[in-house]
Ligand binder design. Structure first.
Ligand SMILES: C[S@@+](CC[C@H](N)C(=O)[O-])C[C@H]1O[C@@H](n2cnc3c(N)ncnc32)[C@H](O)[C@@H]1O
Length: 196
């Protein structure tokens, strides 16, 4: 990772901006090197850390990023500009639940979902039509601090809804016979979905 991204990661950790963990970044970078995507979609861009990593590992790609937080968007724009990436990024401001349906008709080779965890289940039907037949869809935090797998009681009431949504999200993906779904113990848990 270059110096700019090292500093951006430090800034994010220092300011408690929840960007991808190091092993998640390494997995995504390797995936990009193999897949060589041209059209990437990211849901939950924050300040552009993961998007920058994806772009730098995919020299032929452009990325569409959905993000709701205006302060994050402002920082992301500066970060992309400082890396010479602006031309390759299309930022869509707003709630992904409203913005995703507007992308209907577009196809992406790589989709990275890192937005609101409580909405993952609802987003399945919005995201699958956007995935190219040979594309890969990766979602972050699907094992959510180890609370998702198994039916053990959830130790923190404030996470109950999220954990139930993530359990239903993984069950729905795994039960869909048209999909090949893997759940990887990388970072906070990644699901990796392809069409069979
Ligand atoms: C975990 S952070 C993304 C981190 C980023 N992918 C990275 O690793 O550099 C999640 C982001 O999703 C955004 N977000 C949350 N709910 C959203 C929504 N409904 N629509 C769009 N963005 C949302 C938050 O503002 C936050 O910036």
């Amino acid at each position: 990772m270059d110096e700019f991204l090292q500093n951006l990661e430090k800034f994010a950790r220092l300011n408690k901006i929840p960007v991808i963990l190091d092993d998640t970044r390494d997995y995504l970078v390797e995936l990009c090197k193999t897949l060589q995507p041209k059209r990437i979609l990211e849901i939950g861009m924050a300040i552009g850390y993961s998007a920058s990593n994806l772009l730098k590992a995919s020299p032929n790609a452009n990325i569409t990023c959905l993000e709701a937080s205006l302060p994050n968007i402002e920082m992301a724009r500066k970060n992309f500009a400082n890396q010479g990436l602006t031309e390759r990024v299309n930022i869509i401001e707003g709630d992904c639940m409203l913005e995703l349906p507007k992308l209907k008709g577009q196809k992406f080779d790589l989709i990275f979902l890192d937005g609101p965890k409580g909405k993952y289940l609802e987003m399945i039907d919005m995201i699958l039509p956007l995935l190219d037949e040979k594309g890969v869809w990766v979602s972050d935090n699907v094992l959510f601090r180890g609370m998702v797998r198994g039916n053990q009681p959830i130790p923190f009431p404030r996470f109950e809804t999220t954990v139930h949504v993530l359990r239903d999200f993984l069950d729905t993906l795994e039960q869909n016979k048209d999909l090949d779904t893997q759940v990887l113990h990388i970072g906070d848990g990644l699901s990796v979905v392809k069409f069979k």
